[in-house]
Write a protein that binds this ligand. Structure first.
Ligand SMILES: *[C@@H]1O[C@H](CO)[C@@H](O)[C@H](O)[C@H]1NC(C)=O
Ligand SMILES: *[C@@H]1O[C@H](CO)[C@@H](O)[C@H](O)[C@H]1NC(C)=O
Length: 253
């Protein structure tokens, strides 16, 4: 009689665990050179040059320096035709800078992302810099991983649904200094996501996005002006800087 040989190979294969490999999507060197930038980022908003404030974005207003810093500069511009947003005409009073990641970010069941970076952001009235995620199709999702709305504070917001937003404003010390932001986005239950916000290594808030799992999002860094940050904005140039921006994926592979 032949000995009974268990199908070992099959057993091993079927017990291979789901890999939750952490892998890098955008390295912290993506602003170090034009070719590094071009690998991961495009200029403007994903939908073009205009959004919901008084600035029109132009490629010339986003510059890189050899120490790996992205600088967005808002400058007064007096002869721009108005923008239209949500059926309204918006006067354009600035040219400014925006960049967006080439990749879309789509939280998978069991997965998520870490978005982080260091920022020097203006807080004067009429300046509205942001580091944020927004829906590729429909809306929400939207997560404002950091935005500064001309009040001197920093805001962290998630549109749980289109009518329910949790918005947390906190003190923003020494705006001329670099501050680090970390936003940990995770699947909660196969449908909703949790969003944990930290500034300078301290957890600030945890928020929720209903039904965000499986919904692709854009990643945008932009310097919008006026709009939600008040008016009038400054007459002199305003700078918003970012460095060491990094995205890690925790989605199952
Ligand atoms: C940039 O990323 C590399 C590789 O993960 C890491 O070793 C380095 O500490 C990071 N630098 C900063 C300033 O975060
Ligand atoms: C937001 O959505 C989550 C998940 O659906 C839910 O648990 C939570 O109560 C909602 N409300 C707020 C204010 O976060």
């Amino acid at each position: 009689m032949k000995p009974l040989i268990p199908p070992l190979t099959a057993l091993l294969l079927s017990s291979t665990p789901l890999t939750l490999a952490k892998h890098i999507m955008i390295p912290n060197t993506s602003f170090a050179s034009q070719s590094d930038f071009d690998t991961d980022w495009n200029y403007l908003y994903p939908w073009g040059s205009d959004h919901n404030g008084a600035a029109r974005m132009a490629q010339s207003q986003a510059t890189l320096s050899t120490d790996g810093v992205l600088t967005l500069t808002a400058s007064r511009a007096d002869n721009e035709p108005p923008a239209s947003h949500g059926g309204q005409q918006i006067e354009i009073r600035y040219l400014s800078g925006a960049v967006h990641a080439k990749e879309h970010f789509n939280v998978a069941a069991g997965g998520g992302y870490d978005f982080s970076g260091e920022f020097r952001a203006p807080v004067a009235r009429g300046t509205w810099p942001a580091f944020w995620l927004t829906a590729v199709e429909g809306w929400p999702p939207e997560v404002d991983m950091a935005e500064w709305k001309g009040s001197g504070k920093i805001s962290f917001n998630t549109f749980n649904t289109s009518s329910e937003v949790r918005a947390v404003d906190v003190e923003y010390p020494s705006p001329d200094a670099w501050h680090s932001i970390l936003c940990e986005v995770r699947d909660e239950n196969g449908v909703d996501v949790s969003v944990k916000f930290s500034m300078d290594g301290q957890v600030v808030d945890t928020q929720f996005g209903k039904g965000f799992v499986g919904k692709p999002m854009y990643l945008i860094i932009n310097l919008q002006m006026e709009g939600s940050s008040g008016s009038p904005g400054p007459d002199s140039d305003t700078l918003y800087q970012a460095r060491n921006v990094e995205v890690w994926s925790y989605n199952p592979e």
